[in-house]
Design a protein around this ligand. Structure first.
Ligand SMILES: Cc1ncc(COP(=O)(O)O)c(C=O)c1O
Length: 303
């Protein structure tokens, strides 16, 4: 099944998939100021659906909107309920959930301030974001020639639609060069993140990940850090260059869409098969999102 479902939630009501349209003069379509989320729900052992970190995602959506001066005309409880209602209406216990906040029609131009703010929630089945083979045996990545946003040129903590042009350019470039994904460096040359994932690197049993300065503060990243802490594997949030990737024992990416995706090659330097730390994180994360890990149970909202 592709990107489709029976119903999409638009501004407070469920509408049939084919009727979920927006006007071509919607402000966000022209300038990219809008915010969104990517959330996943997983089938729980008893067959019910369970959304992973729903409250955290809704909070990040509201934070993103606030940073962009967008006033969402719904409360966090209403947004939360909208996600659950859309999943239930589509009878999808396991799905990717995409809330998106955008400016509608009214005025045009960069200074327009009075356009209405809309909220839509769509759900669809989305398998392995970077491929089944990638999850199993690792992907090949390339350091991008595109620099990640400078900390003061955008609001990196916010999940802003327009930010993703930078990601798409990097992803296209990497794919055109025969790689699965791009790794982006920040303005100072330090490793930042993947185009839609955070990054972890392990050497001699110690894990490093870039700090949340000019990267998206991934919720999966936070979960991975907690998993590592539970496993008593040391983890440091620190800056490092691409050289750390070239001599790493293990490299993996984390994200709601990408889940835990191992990296087997960086810029033609072999990292190798997914190692024990990557495998352990994959295992605990995979069980946790499906309600199988005690300390992660509170992250799952059943519906
Ligand atoms: C640029 C970027 N970095 C990292 C992530 C991972 O964030 P999360 O784990 O919250 O999905 C995402 C995905 O939303 C992303 O788009």
């Amino acid at each position: 099944m592709g990107i489709e479902s029976r119903f999409i939630w638009m501004d407070g009501k469920l509408v049939p998939f084919d009727d979920a349209k927006v006007h071509v003069l919607s402000h966000t379509l022209h300038y990219g100021l809008g915010v969104f989320e990517g959330i996943r729900s997983y089938r729980q052992p008893d067959g019910a659906g369970g959304v992973f970190k729903l409250d955290e995602h809704v909070r990040r959506l509201m934070d993103s909107a606030k940073m962009c001066r967008m006033e969402i005309p719904f409360t966090k409880e209403q947004i939360r309920d909208a996600c659950l209602e859309t999943l239930s209406a589509n009878e999808m216990p396991e799905a990717y959930i995409r809330p998106i906040v955008y400016f509608g029609e009214g005025s045009m131009g960069l200074g327009a301030r009075n356009n209405t703010v809309h909220l839509t929630v769509a759900v669809w089945n989305w398998g392995r974001y970077l491929g089944e083979e990638g999850i199993r045996n690792g992907i090949r990545v390339q350091t991008s020639t595109f620099t990640r946003h400078h900390v003061n040129s955008n609001l990196q903590r916010a999940k802003v639609i327009g930010h993703y042009v930078n990601s798409i350019l990097a992803r296209y470039e990497a794919n055109d060069n025969g790689y699965d994904e791009a790794i982006m460096l920040d303005g100072a040359g330090y490793v930042a993140e993947g185009t839609g994932e955070n990054l972890f690197v392990a050497r001699d049993g110690v894990v490093k990940t870039p700090p949340v300065v000019n990267i998206l503060g991934g919720l999966t990243r936070r979960t991975v850090i907690e998993v590592l802490q539970h496993e008593k594997i040391p983890v440091h949030e620190m800056h490092f260059g691409r050289d750390a990737l070239y001599v790493a024992d293990e490299v993996f990416l984390s994200g709601t869409a990408a889940e835990i995706t191992p990296v087997r090659e960086v810029d033609r330097r072999e990292v190798g098969k997914p190692g024990p730390i990557t495998r352990r994180v994959q295992e605990v994360y995979g069980e946790g999102v499906r309600g199988g890990v005690d300390w992660m149970k509170s992250y799952v909202t059943r519906f």
